[in-house]
Design a protein around this ligand. Structure first.
Ligand SMILES: Nc1ncnc2c1ncn2[C@@H]1O[C@H](COP(=O)(O)OP(=O)(O)OP(=O)(O)O)[C@@H](O)[C@H]1O
Length: 248
């Protein structure tokens, strides 16, 4: 059997009396695109941030390629090959698109403070140019990121996560705020990246068509717990999911 890239075992996290994540277990396989869906407040972000070392779970264990990463911070995780995108844009509007990518890579190699310094090329220019071409952003490489449309800035944001050649990328609502006409393009791009880079993705997304179309397997969370886990076809046909969530 193929060893999982990510293994989450019995993770729980409470905020006071609220059990935001309640005994959640799942694994993500190499090359898998794994979706996490659920109504607002069902614990998706808390689960995501637990995996990313942004918050500490109260109980449970998280493994990356068989190694315990439960207590690692986001910078250490990034160095081990875990990338992420945020719900809100992280691009520096006054820097060029290409420099945004170079700075993202420096963050991987150096300190967070390097984001604030003028970016040197550091030999990463070739990698940035290849990603910009793959993201169809080559023609805007030298424009200030803040001058681009929101959808294009979102692409820059996603490209930044790939500068560190991650094995695993967690994408927090890649379609949020994006014009519906561009959503299909983001899906195509993520499929291409998944194939060409053989990296695994975990995607939180409210756009159900996007998730069903993109993901190999989907975890459905309701009130902090796993309601269902299966292929898109299995999730669509699951009556509990229909009642608790999709049927709303
Ligand atoms: N920092 C916090 N302090 C207190 N309660 C929190 C905190 N973060 C999350 N919660 C609570 O934990 C529960 C799960 O929230 P979480 O943000 O993880 O859900 P979500 O599924 O990501 O929601 P959304 O789809 O709206 O982003 C909710 O009841 C929320 O109010």
């Amino acid at each position: 059997m193929t060893a999982p890239v990510l293994q989450v075992r019995g993770v729980s996290r409470s905020y006071g009396a609220i059990r935001a994540v309640d005994d959640v277990s799942f694994e993500v396989l190499p090359g898998e695109i794994f979706g996490v869906i659920g109504p607002n407040g069902s614990g998706k972000t808390t689960l995501f941030n637990s995996v990313l070392g942004q918050i500490r779970p109260d109980t449970g264990r998280i493994e990356l390629k068989g190694e315990d990463i439960t207590r690692l911070d986001p910078v250490a995780l990034n160095r081990r090959g875990v990338g992420r995108t945020f719900q809100t844009l992280q691009v520096f509007g006054r820097m060029t698109v290409r420099d945004n990518l170079l700075v993202a890579a420096q963050e991987h190699h150096g300190s967070l403070w390097s984001r604030m310094a003028a970016p040197a090329d550091s030999g990463l220019g070739g990698k940035a140019d290849a990603l910009l071409a793959q993201f169809r952003l080559g023609h805007v490489a030298h424009r200030k990121a803040g001058e681009l449309s929101y959808g294009q800035q979102k692409l820059v944001d996603i490209a930044m996560a790939f500068m560190s050649d991650p094995d695993l990328v967690l994408l927090d609502e890649p379609c949020a705020g994006v014009n519906p006409s561009l959503v299909g393009g983001i899906g195509t791009l993520l499929r291409e990246l998944n194939r060409s880079r053989r990296s695994s993705f975990v995607v939180i997304e409210h756009n159900m068509d996007f998730v069903m179309d993109l993901c190999h397997r989907i975890l459905v969370m309701v009130e902090g717990r796993v309601l269902a886990l299966g292929t898109p076809a299995e999730i669509r046909a699951n009556t509990q999911v229909l009642d608790a969530y999709l049927g709303h």
